[in-house]
Design a protein around this ligand. Structure first.
Ligand code: TMP
Length: 390
């Protein structure tokens, strides 16, 4: 049985940055979250049509995020060393920061956003412009054979029909092949109160417990889990048909159990915390505005789309958002219509406070923006609770 526990209000497409003339037809949907008592999976109540989110306008270039590029290089090297795959398939290959560490002859990309598929094609990889499903899996297997490593980062949680997704993986995985994927962790989200992990693209927020339940039904088993710090706390899940299950799987499931992820009441408590976070953030920003303080935001993230729209924060409370991604600059943030500008075009010292839209890069940003703090600037974050720090 599916039970709703959180309503984050009307929300736009989280990564759809707008030109001024695009205000009119902006798409909004109801962002509500449910818990499935049977599988223990947390999902959006109503999914957004994938084509509205993942298309040639998709503005998230992983390669623009230096820490993520480094992360994928280390991940690729680790997987090569441990599993020595002869064939590699990446689902949701974005602009190639993971796959570029593998041989062009034996590696395949599947990516629905044409702009990114073109980039990996230019890098020499066979790139299929497609969503991941059983048809594509059969088609690729026919042409390229089975895959020893199937990898996906921040992508499987985007896929609405998980049974179809895992059946498609099972179809193409070689006998001893491994399927490795990483996505934000439900436990970390609940612990941290980081409700902004919830947005249109994240059709599900995964626990190891729920994944285990769903994968087993599809003939696959989790044999290892790595806890990662990226994206505010992610899990890397290692899946195969028949490998010995390592201790990390039971350990993670136990931690989830101890936190109460199997109980609906845990989600009701989380929802209460989210409502308090909204109240605290709006009160703080309104007070600062009353005192004539100027506030900027750093990182035009999908996460900040959720926060600004749920909290009804617009340009009157946060003047602009800086972001290092050229494709986002000069546009307006979804729903809130706060202008997104190049970090280089802004003198941060003109502002009193900087909200961390990219709170997951808090240390990187605090380190880069030391001068802002030395000049009296302060940061605002809402994770794990609304606070000011410098
Ligand atoms: P993410 O949290 O979804 O990875 O997105 C991070 C966004 O923040 C991305 O658009 C790049 C941007 N960013 C900055 O503007 N400044 C920074 O120092 C870092 C690390 C990221």
């Amino acid at each position: 049985m599916r039970k709703e526990f959180l309503d984050l209000g009307r929300q736009p497409i989280a990564n759809k940055f707008l030109k001024e003339d695009e205000y009119e037809g902006e798409f909004f949907y109801d962002l509500k979250v449910i818990f499935d008592e049977d599988t223990k999976l947390v999902s959006l109540k109503d999914f957004v049509k994938p084509e509205l989110m993942f298309n040639e306008d998709y503005a998230y270039n992983t390669s623009m995020s230096y820490p993520m590029v480094k992360h994928f290089e280390l991940t690729a090297n680790m997987l090569k060393e441990e599993f020595n795959p002869k064939t590699v398939l990446e689902i949701g290959s974005n602009d190639g920061p993971f796959i570029k560490n593998f041989d062009t002859e034996t590696s395949i990309c599947v990516e629905p956003c044409e702009n990114f598929a073109k980039k990996t094609t230019d890098m020499g990889y066979r790139s299929y412009i497609s969503f991941w499903d059983t048809d594509v899996s059969h088609g690729i297997k026919e042409i390229h054979g089975e895959m020893d490593l199937v990898y996906a980062a921040n992508c499987i949680c985007h896929i609405q029909n998980l049974d179809e997704c895992f059946a498609a993986v099972n179809n193409i995985l070689s006998e001893d092949g491994v399927f490795v994927f990483e996505d934000p962790s439900l436990l970390r989200m609940l612990e941290r109160g980081s409700y902004d992990q919830i947005y249109d693209e994240h059709a599900h927020i995964f626990s190891v417990t729920a994944l285990n339940n769903i994968l087993i039904n599809n003939g696959l088993t989790i044999f290892r889990v790595d806890n990662l710090s990226v994206h505010g706390g992610s899990n890397r899940i290692y899946v195969a048909r028949n490998r010995p299950v390592e201790f990390s799987v039971a350990e993670n499931k136990q931690r989830e159990y101890d936190f109460g992820i199997n109980n609906f009441q845990t989600y009701e408590i989380f929802a209460e915390r989210v409502r308090k976070s909204k109240k605290d953030l709006v009160e703080l920003l309104t007070k600062l505005k009353g005192e004539g303080k100027r506030v900027v935001s750093i990182g035009a993230t999908s996460k900040s789309t959720t926060v600004f729209n749920y909290c009804d924060i617009g340009e009157s409370l946060i003047e602009c958002i800086t972001d290092t991604t050229p494709d986002k600059q000069g546009l307006l943030a979804p729903g809130s219509h706060i202008p997104v500008v190049d970090r280089e075009s802004v003198n941060l010292n003109d502002y009193d406070y900087a909200f961390l839209g990219a709170w997951n890069f808090k240390d990187v940003i605090a380190n880069k923006e030391r001068e802002f703090v030395e000049n009296g600037g302060k940061f605002i974050t809402h994770v794990p609770e609304v606070m000011v720090f410098s």
